[in-house]
Design a protein around this ligand. Sequence first.
Ligand code: HEM
Length: 333
Amino acid sequence: MELRPLLSGFTLNVIMRMMAGKRYYGGEDNAEAKEVRELISETFELAGFTYVGDFLPILKLFDFDGYVKRVKKLGSRLDKFMQELVDEHRRNRGQTEFKNTMITHLLTLQETQPEYYTDEIIKGLVMVMIDAGTDTTAVTLEWAMANLLNHPDVLAKAKTELNNVVSSEGRLMEESDTSTCTYLNNVISETLRLYPAGPMLVPHASSVDCKVAGYDIPRGTWLFVNAWAIQRDPKVWDEPEAFKPERFDNEEWKTTKRGNFLPFGIGRRACPGMGLAQILLSSALGSLIQCFDWERDEDIAVDMSEGTGLTMPKVVPLVAKCKSSPILDNVVV
Ligand code: HEM
């Protein structure tokens, strides 16, 4: 079974359920779902494109490969879809399925602060949650599973923890278990250390001339932070290339290595979705480990080559075998 489509469908469903109370993956195949899946897949494709005009402005005069034309066309299709979503919420706010969505809450704020919570802002928030929150989380889950399949001892230890904390109570993993399963969280931290979904963070630009660590930085300079290299620095991490969740066992790393572990960035522009991402990663990975016994598809190590996309996806999509664990037979009828 190939995991990638399942994991990205899962994260998109979670974010869309939060924002709009809708799922577009793995359920009914209606026209709206098809349209959304198409829009989202094109958004990710174009987001990963390097636009040369950003680096050599003169080249903005030419539209090589028709990139600008495609982005503009996609932009207006996305805007139409988002506007329909907002209008649908405006019409049906009282109905159960629309009552507790993020769009409905934003529309309530629009009543008291219309100049700030405009439709443009609401549509922008929906879009940024999809862009920044779905692929990053799905890619991390795929790397985590790949690491576990290459380290059956780690997988067994994580399963034992889940059996002790959750399955022993005859139930499935819940959100409240995410803080108790410390080894599971260490597996996630170690995955984010070796395979950060934002390997170069997000480019930042200085808004004024400034001095950083003695260097003069002119206004408008683009800064890239190589988190991938910092998190594998042999001066900081023992056996930096090894997958060892135990290195996060004690809290000491928080004082000694805090600035060297930055999968969510650092400072005022750090990832605002970090808390949500950690809960999502922990509950999804925990459920996959608790509910199924996993094995590699072939008797060779999973290929761990890193691709060049925005979120550093695996080059070879992960394929794995699984069978249900006894807990599933007990709780799912
Ligand atoms: C494993 C999951 C995730 C990873 C690894 C990740 C990583 C990052 C990184 C590295 C940045 C740039 C920080 C910087 O440049 O200093 C960022 C920014 C951002 N992230 Fe995440 N993220 C994840 C999940 C999420 C989720 C679930 C959401 C929301 C639903 C989200 C929303 C955002 C937003 C809105 C920004 C831009 C913040 C700004 O520019 O001020 N992220 N993320």
